[in-house]
Design a protein around this ligand. Structure first.
Ligand code: 5GP
Length: 178
């Protein structure tokens, strides 16, 4: 079994690169089919989704635009903890079909905030495409339209996802060994 060490933790391979490519292509085909004629704008959420976005977009064959956003964390008052804001949305999203492209939906709280933020820009509709979904961790009601993989609750790295900033460059996805 292929293993990697990142800083102080060991990880074992859980989704090999060829399986990732298969599912990314499937998601792209679903999007091509569903959003034909809608000229969607893809909003890729940095940093984690850079690799997923690059591979996904190579298989998108309908006319579309792509842009990148980043979430900035600010220390809020102690009771509410971190408040995340979306930075980098410069496009006019009014009356547009927007596809948010994320690396992982875990509790769903990040996605909920993103939806609120994008929603204030008056898009026609918003779709969510995520590489990974941890269904058992979801804390909010979310309509996740496109999912490459549903995974268990373990911490994973690779294919854009990091551990303390490292591991994003791995082509496979790895699960932490507890
Ligand atoms: P949320 O809980 O708000 O849905 O997810 C917040 C963020 O936590 C994700 O965008 C991602 O950056 C990070 N995250 C959640 N689960 C994992 C994981 O298993 N591995 C890594 N590397 N990041 C994760």
């Amino acid at each position: 079994m292929k293993q990697v060490q990142i800083l102080d933790r060991d990880f074992t391979i859980s989704i090999p690169a060829n399986k990732i490519q298969e599912q990314v292509e499937r998601v792209a085909q679903e999007i091509n089919r569903d959003l034909e004629g809608k000229n969607p704008i893809f909003m890729s959420v940095l940093n984690g989704s850079f690799m997923f976005t690059a591979d996904l977009m190579k298989h998108i064959t309908i006319p579309c635009e792509i842009s990148f956003v980043k979430l900035a964390s600010y220390q809020g008052v102690a009771s509410t903890g971190q408040i995340k804001e979306v930075i980098g949305i410069n496009e006019d999203l009014s009356d547009r079909t927007v596809v948010i492209v994320e690396d992982i939906v875990d509790t769903g709280l990040t996605m909920q905030r993103l939806l609120e933020s994008v929603g204030t820009r008056m898009p026609k509709e918003i779709y969510i495409a995520t590489l990974l979904l941890k269904p058992d961790k979801l804390q909010v009601e979310l309509d996740v339209n496109y999912v490459a993989f549903e995974i268990p609750n373990d911490f994973i790295v690779g294919y854009g996802l990091d551990y303390e900033g490292y591991g994003r460059n791995l082509g496979d996805i790895y699960t932490v060994i507890e």
